[in-house]
Ligand binder design. Structure first.
Ligand code: KG4
Ligand code: ZN
Length: 358
């Protein structure tokens, strides 16, 4: 089974061909980061116009890299929610047109479900998508259900108990900012530029993660998260920085970045550990753009080893937005008879993982 995936929910234009649910034959990701950088954040109108410009060549490249033609495909899958509406509409309209032209079933996919399924992706000759974790703890077992998934992206921070395809229980979610959003806002306050996550990750190198005791929100007994207080604490700290810099020892940007990052990582892992206890999880996965964070990966690896979890720590390219995960999620749904191919569906800016497929 060959599925073409199309992902245009934000500022990445991506297309991928995935074979038999998990095997990535090609995955093209064209990112617009450089175009939005001067504005310090994503400008929705620029994002959608660029999606329109890039979508056709990106899809063509994905087919040619995979060595397939339209006739070889079994279905087309496209992200239709959640995301920037102008960007989503480009991918959805394009997908409808090609599905109609080539008489292929078209499957709308929830972007969050796509991220969850990124843990299954594999590449021929390169081992599994979960390779980093396998290398670290010698774990070579096949991935499967159920698993506990920490989804941390620019728009979402959720702990999801994934019982099976289409059977998700959200155990906790952020009550304010998403983890990625906190990284982006704090990076801006530190003058580190956009996107903030990779900038803080880099700036924290050599910094002392215990230099500044930033607050960790504790919302027990719930498994929810909150990052707004931490962000405010960093901004307040920076306001008093001039005075502090006159004293010794001086905090460096690396210390501030590392201390903020440590607070985010601690909050994420504390709730992940509690959720694992609650569900008796044996498999634990982390997905979404923030899963690319090196400190988070490092601490999660040791936590998984300590707790004996089978860990899925997708390679960096599967953490950030990509179309392979969209094709993968659609393929699992098709196999279970849970996909409803059609040409009538809409695109939605806001959606939860459990929102029914239209
Ligand atoms: O999943 P994603 O690519 O897009 C969304 O669906 O939101 O996530 C993007 C987010 C951004 O907020 C970015 O700053 C963050 O992921 N991010 C990181 C790192 N790389 C990307 N955050 C922390 N450390 C990183 N290395
Ligand atoms: Zn995403």
């Amino acid at each position: 089974m060959l599925v073409l995936g199309i992902e245009t929910s934000c500022d990445e234009t991506s297309a991928a061909v995935v074979e038999n649910k998990v095997w990535v034959r090609s995955n093209i990701v064209l990112t617009q980061t450089k175009l939005h950088e001067p504005f310090g954040g994503i400008v929705p109108e620029i994002a959608s116009r660029k999606q329109m410009e890039f979508i056709a060549p990106v899809v063509q490249q994905a087919l040619s890299d995979a060595g397939v033609t339209w006739q070889d495909l079994n279905a087309v899958a496209v992200t239709n929610r959640p995301g920037l509406i102008g960007s989503l509409v480009v991918g959805v309209s394009f997908a409808k047109a090609v599905a109609l032209a080539h008489n292929l079933p078209l499957i709308p996919v929830n972007h969050l479900e796509g991220h969850v399924f990124s843990v299954f992706l594999k590449e021929q000759g390169e081992g599994r998508g979960t390779r980093d974790a396998e290398k670290a703890n010698g774990n070579r077992k096949e991935w499967g259900f159920p698993f506990l998934c920490l989804l941390v992206s620019g728009g979402h921070t959720e702990l999801i108990w994934v019982r099976d395809v289409g059977d998700y229980e959200v155990l906790g979610r952020t009550r304010d900012d998403a983890a990625g959003e906190a990284f982006d806002k704090v990076a801006r306050a530190l003058g580190l530029g956009f996107p903030g996550g990779p900038a803080i990750d880099k700036a924290s190198e050599g910094g002392d993660p215990n230099a500044i005791a930033f607050p960790r929100a504790d919302l027990t007994p719930s498994l929810d998260f909150s990052f707004a207080g931490l962000k405010t604490a960093v901004v307040r700290y920076l306001k008093g920085l001039e005075e502090r810099l006159k004293r010794k020892p001086n905090p460096t940007v690396a210390d501030i970045a590392a201390s903020f990052q440590e607070a985010v990582v601690d909050m994420l892992l504390t709730n992940l550990e509690r959720a694992a206890e609650l569900t008796d999880a044996e498999r634990v996965a982390i997905v979404g753009g923030v899963a690319a964070n090196r400190r988070l990966r490092q601490k999660l690896l040791s936590l998984a080893e300590k707790r004996g979890w089978q860990l899925a720590l997708p390679e960096l390219k599967w953490c950030t937005d990509n179309a392979a995960m969209i094709a993968c999620a659609a393929s699992f749904r098709m196999e279970k008879g849970l996909a409803q191919p059609n040409l009538l569906f809409d695109a939605y800016a806001v959606a939860e993982i459990n929102d029914a497929h239209p």
